[in-house]
Write a protein that binds this ligand. Sequence first.
Ligand SMILES: [Fe+2]
Length: 345
Amino acid sequence: MKRVFMSVNDCKPGMTIAEDIYNEYGAVIIPEGTILEEYAIERVKKLGLVRIRMYDSTGEMIEASGTDLFRAQYKENLNTVKGVLHDISAGKQIDSQRVDQTTRSILSRINENREIVSCLSEMRTIDEYLYSHSLNVALLCMLIGKWLKFDYTKLKSLITSGFLHDIGKSRIAADILNKPGPLSDEEYEEIKKHTVYGYKIAETAAGVNDDILKGILLHHEREDGSGYPFSMKGENIHEFGKIIAVADVYDAMTSTRVYKAKQCPFDVIEIISVDHFNTLDNKITSVFLKNIASYYLGESVILSNDVIGEIVYINPFNISRPIIKSGNTYIDLVSQKGLRIREVI
Ligand SMILES: [Fe+2]
């Protein structure tokens, strides 16, 4: 069955829902595969959702969704994030209440996968990189935790950890942090300390549990032992550290869009799955990328040979090389090695 994005107003009883719907506390209230009845449609509307994914072959394809609302809320959250991180860099204690408030506010967007995936990289401004990066990583962590089926408490901790993962940078001298050229060995050693500094800052805050602390401390550890601060390997790295690592790498990669030409999401997917194969947790990476890629199903693309087509199938074993339908021809990018997606239009 085909998955389509539908306006909630067009949903009719008897249709099948194609994604889990969460309430504001992160609990699934309508699981994927539920056949809608009138009351379920009303519940979805009450949650304020505008468009949802449905299994329906007659449904209207909707390309973009509630992005304006997402942008407005993003800016609001960014201001809170800014306040919290600013206080910490000014040497103040972590304002646990505001951290909790931000986490809850991020969590309230749990159904907005599509907006998060498509808007994150546009929302960034260069001079506020740390703030938007912290918020983006928190939002990405939420998606990953949701796709890994974490419960509410664990999800909330993961978001907090993602949001605070780089707070240790507030203890690093700005001239090192913002140095445009290559870093000396000493400078790099100093930057690496942000993990331990972050752990120490967060340790003193109320409501920060051990999982949150481990996420902050271990987000630069890598599966093959090439990371820091402890050069830990695979199974020794805490799950939160692994998840934040994926979110961190993904956000840093898509952020190059600010400086360079627009980056194709399928290039990002390919680079993460190939170049980071030995450094990021493969299970987490694959769940993350598969879900990200699925949001581009049905989208039009231009291939490197100028052919225009539509993404009709995401190959779970080769996520960056989907099948494209162009006219009556199906182009499988797995077998057409010379071709790639140049742009999603
Ligand atoms: Fe970091």
